[in-house]
Write a protein of this length. Structure first.
Length: 441
């Protein structure tokens, strides 16, 4: 099934989502601006707008950082505040880049921009080396399940393109990288301002034999980033047209969160636990024999099963967890601190339930990466591991296995503001495998 989905993907132009991370003034926005400019992905009207914006930045030169720093406050201060998304493409791949802020004050913005990324570009100022914010951004990137890290040692022009400077930073980060949950770290020496090793190989770094930034983005292997083993279809809508052409049609519509489904596969509907078989897979373009994440489909089953919005259809041999108590890493996004005595709405895929945060197990000091086990609450931009209790059992996987079914948001019942993003952690004790007879109709 996995090989079949990957073979189908080869017929399409692959999409890579990546994000930038780094300290203030490390050159994240300039790097993205240079990448867009040198890959000829800037339209004429955008270039004209850049030239008109030079009065805000001074110097008389076009500031490529303004391609992503669109807010007046960003341009005046020379920092990134909000997440900016840019889209571009080469003949080999399509790209969505999220330029995220580096300041600790905007941690929630970084988490938002990085939540769907395949790759994170970690920028390091060649003059400063690996600093606390570098470690913090790398930790957050791996916490969010980003499988590929690209470490760009920027501003090499300010250290005379010295190989020993790059090598020392590479070794320093590699030593720290052994503590991160990632197996793919690549290092590239660059100068975003001058364009060295961004799109074209630099003559100043003849000692460097690796790829340019754009080459790496085009070549990095991401086909295995998606979970194509465990089939998950969160039901968003039940289609019952009841027309003369389709009097008995009953399809379960939603976006496949993970895995591959075939017509004829045995599936289980949760939470009921009843089993059936896929009879058809419908899409806007037509019927399919095979569908996989992240396709949107309407699935029909051989048996009449009570399934509604919020339920999940899964492959029979790969069952998720189902529990009303979960442990999760929470990134708090609201100015009002977490109140353990308060009820929140938990939105998980197409399912919304009420919940309470029963316990803060620890809070992460994102400057030192140490755990504060005495913490009892979380404030704006703080991250901690918490135990949540829901009124109705959730159907979930650990975030490390499935980013789609392992994540959720918390919403304040009164203000309807999103107050936190949650990443479900692996349960300490694996639930027993349900017996086959439990799913017999």
């Amino acid at each position: 099934m996995v090989a079949e989905a990957q073979r189908v993907d080869k017929d399409r132009v692959e999409l890579l989502r990546f994000t930038t991370a780094g300290s203030v003034d490390d050159g994240k926005s300039t790097l993205i601006g240079r990448l867009l400019h040198d890959s000829k992905s800037i339209f004429e009207d955008q270039m004209e707008a850049l030239q008109r914006s030079t009065d805000l930045t001074g110097g008389g030169e076009v500031n490529l950082a303004n391609l992503t720093d669109g807010l007046r406050a960003e341009r005046e201060q020379g920092i990134t505040i909000d997440v900016a998304y840019r889209y571009f493409a080469t003949p080999r791949r399509k790209f969505i880049v999220a330029d995220t802020p580096g300041h600790v004050q905007y941690t929630r913005n970084m988490v938002t921009g990085a939540s769907t990324a395949n790759l994170a570009i970690i920028l390091i100022d060649a003059r400063k080396g690996v600093i606390e914010q570098t470690r913090r951004h790398s930790y957050l990137s791996t916490l969010l399940g980003i499988p590929h890290l690209l470490v760009c040692v920027n501003k090499m022009d300010l250290v005379d393109y010295k190989e020993e400077v790059f090598t020392a930073i590479e070794q320093d980060f590699a030593d720290f990288g052994t503590r991160l949950q990632t197996q793919d770290i690549t290092f590239i020496p660059v100068s975003a301002l001058k364009g060295d090793n961004i799109v074209e190989r630099s003559a100043h770094t003849d000692w460097y034999q690796g790829p340019t930034l754009l080459n790496h983005l085009e070549e990095v292997y991401i086909a295995n980033d998606r979970n194509l083993v465990e089939g998950r279809l969160p039901v968003q809508y039940v289609i019952r047209p009841q027309t003369p052409e389709h009097p008995d049609f009953r399809g379960f519509a939603g976006q496949i969160a993970s895995g591959v489904f075939h017509v004829g596969d045995e599936v289980v509907a949760l939470p009921s636990g009843l089993a059936s078989r896929i009879t058809s897979l419908h899409t806007y373009e037509g019927d399919l024999e095979t569908a996989y994440a992240p396709m949107s489909v309407a699935m029909t089953l051989a048996d009449e099963i009570d399934i509604s919005r919020g339920d999940m259809i899964v492959q029979k041999g790969h069952l998720p967890h189902m529990d009303s108590q979960v442990d999760a890493m929470l990134c708090w996004m609201d100015e009002q601190a977490l109140n353990p005595a308060r009820k929140y709405l938990l939105k998980h895929n197409t399912h919304t339930v009420r919940c309470m945060v029963r316990k803060v197990q620890h809070r992460v000091d994102i400057e030192t990466l140490q755990y504060d086990t005495e913490a009892t609450t979380l404030s704006l931009n703080e991250i901690g591991r918490c135990t949540l209790k829901t009124t109705v059992p959730l159907i979930f996987d650990a975030y490390s296995r499935n980013r789609q079914t392992g994540s959720f948001i918390l919403v304040d019942e009164v203000t309807h503001r999103t107050v936190a993003a949650g990443l479900i952690q692996e349960p300490e004790v694996e639930p027993p495998s349900p017996q086959a007879e439990e799913y017999a109709i």
